[in-house]
Design a protein around this ligand. Structure first.
Ligand code: ZN
Length: 216
């Protein structure tokens, strides 16, 4: 894993793509070299395949962002991947969150409005939130990979967020306060309807549209 990490940083470089063949040629005789690269994701490394970035060919992967410097034994120990979340819990969290990212609200497989070639891949992760009594607790939340990797957006002054909150009607404002306290976005009836629609097979979506319009 360490050699794979160094190869990504020194040879591939952040933002660049590599093929499975290049990976195998760089590590002749090393078995499951693909998996060693995948294991880096547990340490916050972001590597996209064509499933996550539609601009990539099937054999291509993109090294998006470096994570924990795994070659540093202390950093690696501090960041040792926490126990995997059991799939039963993961399913329950995904269902609770309406199969939507609790940060940006995108649903699984949906293209990002500001980036048409990227479709959202959802994962369940641990997030530390501060409760109203100032305690820290770890909660399980659904996040898309893009939110998980962090945004490069410039920070926004608090006054702008306050102004945006005060634009809301009282029902939405109460909802926003709940989301802030919980550290995750909740789902609204509208979100649930949208997420449910997205899970209907594509060839049946037309019929669904007719039925909704008729009932309207
Ligand atoms: Zn997101």
């Amino acid at each position: 894993m360490i050699r794979g990490a160094l190869w990504l940083v020194q040879v591939v470089g952040e933002g660049n793509t590599f093929t499975k063949n290049q990976l195998r040629e760089a590590f002749p005789g090393v078995s499951q070299v693909d998996r060693r690269i995948r294991d880096l994701r547990d340490f916050g490394w972001v590597v996209y395949s064509s499933a996550e970035d539609a601009s990539l060919l099937a054999e291509d992967q993109r090294f998006v962002k470096m994570g924990v410097p795994v070659w540093d034994p202390k950093a690696r120990k501090d960041a040792a991947p926490q126990k995997a979340i059991p799939s039963k819990d993961r399913q329950a969290i995904l269902a609770r969150d309406g199969y939507m990212c609790t940060l940006c609200g995108i649903s699984g497989g949906e293209p990002y409005p500001d980036d048409a070639v990227m479709t959202a891949v959802l994962a369940v992760s641990r997030r530390t939130v501060t409760t109203e009594h100032g305690h820290e607790k770890v909660v399980l939340v659904t996040e898309c990979k893009r939110c998980r990797a962090g945004h490069n957006d410039a920070p926004i002054p608090a006054s702008e967020a306050v102004a945006a909150a005060l634009e809301l009607d009282s029902r939405d404002l109460r909802r926003l306060l709940r989301w802030i306290e919980r550290g995750r976005r909740g789902t609204t009836d509208l979100d649930r309807a949208w997420a449910t629609y997205r899970r209907v097979p594509t060839d049946m979506q037309g019929e669904l549209l007719d039925r909704i319009k008729m009932a309207e």
